[in-house]
Design a protein around this ligand. Structure first.
Ligand SMILES: Nc1ncnc2c1ncn2[C@@H]1O[C@H](COP(=O)(O)OP(=O)(O)O)[C@@H](O)[C@H]1O
Ligand SMILES: [Mg+2]
Length: 355
């Protein structure tokens, strides 16, 4: 098991901004870390630098007591020497190789003996339920089987670090669910450190033991999934995680709602630029019985609950109600706000903490 340490990592492709901007972070040993952020924020570049497929402009990368890269000392460990497993969106198995040949490919590269290859194959065959598929070609496998072969191939060389870049994004939703469960089980069995890149907040929430939320080349917050959800440190993190997303209000676009939310907190208006309230922290009640009144705009039943669109003096927000809403479209109802889903942010879009 190995901790990954990135120190002042910089990568510039010559664009207007840095792809990775002086990034320092430590991924603890044995964690399943999801690197989560919007397209173009630098996730793949970060992963490729850890893998040794992209050379940083400056900074340091350590894995356990190994130095992968250091611009101070000039050290640079080649990918083959980093003992890691890689898997990308296009997990491309070799089409002209059988399942067996694909899986032991990495061992071939290391000139391992036939008996060693057979032994390792048998272990992986069991782990990934690939019985009777040994001599098939990739075109003769289902999508799920191909994915499991790709996982087995990645693990064949006993890596102590797994790097995965959106490996599930090409799969249909059922298979994606199945593979998520597979990956989670794998992590529990192997206990190795995993860095998994995704832009899908739901995927990150369900898979990760830690989420690193990335924005414009830096990591804004690294924490456990529920901590990211319950206690986002910045407006960006607050907006990026959660669906429907947190309702965001400021005094310009929703004076009445903003004032009502602020009243629930201990903060002074001068220090607060933006307020946020999670949809599930808005309780719906009858008119004049809440913190504020609002008009129902839309009601979307999901089966398990109701997503209710509301308008408060021109500002539209969403609430999630586990009970049937106390009114229909165009009715005026009451809303009360629960403190646990209420967040306040300062001029720099950072969360204000209570004293
Ligand atoms: N090989 C490259 N050449 C030039 N620009 C690149 C290259 N790779 C990535 N970039 C740029 O670096 C930024 C980060 O890209 P990337 O790491 O792929 O983001 P993500 O994986 O989060 O979508 C983007 O602006 C992208 O256009
Ligand atoms: Mg990417």
């Amino acid at each position: 098991m190995s901790e990954i340490k990135l120190n002042s990592l910089v990568k510039n492709f010559g664009g207007n901004s840095l792809a990775v901007d002086n990034l320092s972070v430590t991924f603890p040993s044995g964690e399943f870390v999801c690197l989560l952020g919007p397209s173009g924020c630098g996730k793949t570049t970060t992963l490729r630098m850890i893998a040794g497929l992209e050379r940083p402009d400056s900074g340091e990368i350590f894995c356990g007591d190994q130095t992968y890269f250091s611009s101070n000392t000039g050290e640079y460990l080649k990918t083959e020497k980093r003992n890691l497993g890689l898997m990308f969106q296009s997990y491309a198995l070799w089409p002209h190789m059988t399942v067996f040949q694909n899986i032991v490919f990495g061992l071939d590269m290391k000139n391992e003996s036939s008996s060693e290859k057979d032994k390792r194959f048998e272990e992986l065959e069991k782990l990934f339920q690939l019985k009777n598929l040994k001599n098939r070609y990739p075109s003769e496998l289902s999508g799920g089987q191909q994915q499991r072969v790709a996982l087995a191939r990645m693990l064949a060389v006993n890596p102590n670090l797994l790097l995965l870049d959106e490996p599930l994004s090409n799969l249909d939703s059922n298979l994606r669910l199945e593979m998520r469960a597979e990956l989670k089980r794998l992590h529990q069995t192997l206990g190795c450190t995993i860095v998994f890149v995704t832009h899908d907040q739901m995927e990150a929430m369900t898979l990760a033991t830690s989420i690193a939320v990335m924005n414009k080349g830096i990591i804004e917050q690294l924490a456990k999934p529920m901590e990211i959800y319950k206690n986002p440190k910045s407006l960006f993190v607050a907006k990026f995680v959660g669906s429907p997303q947190m309702n965001i209000v400021d005094f310009n676009d929703g004076e009445q709602l903003a004032s009502s939310l602020l009243n629930k907190t201990k903060f002074d208006k001068n220090n607060v630029k933006t307020l946020g309230i999670r949809p599930e922290s808005i309780k719906l009640t009858s008119k004049d019985n809440g913190d504020i009144n609002g008009t129902i705009e839309t009601i979307q039943p999901t089966g398990a609950d109701w997503i209710v669109g509301l308008n408060i003096s021109g500002k539209s927000i969403f609430a999630i109600s586990s009970d049937q809403p106390p009114g229909n479209e165009n009715d005026i109802i009451g809303l009360s706000f629960k403190l646990d889903g209420l967040h306040t942010f300062d001029r720099n879009d950072l969360k204000l903490e209570a004293d």
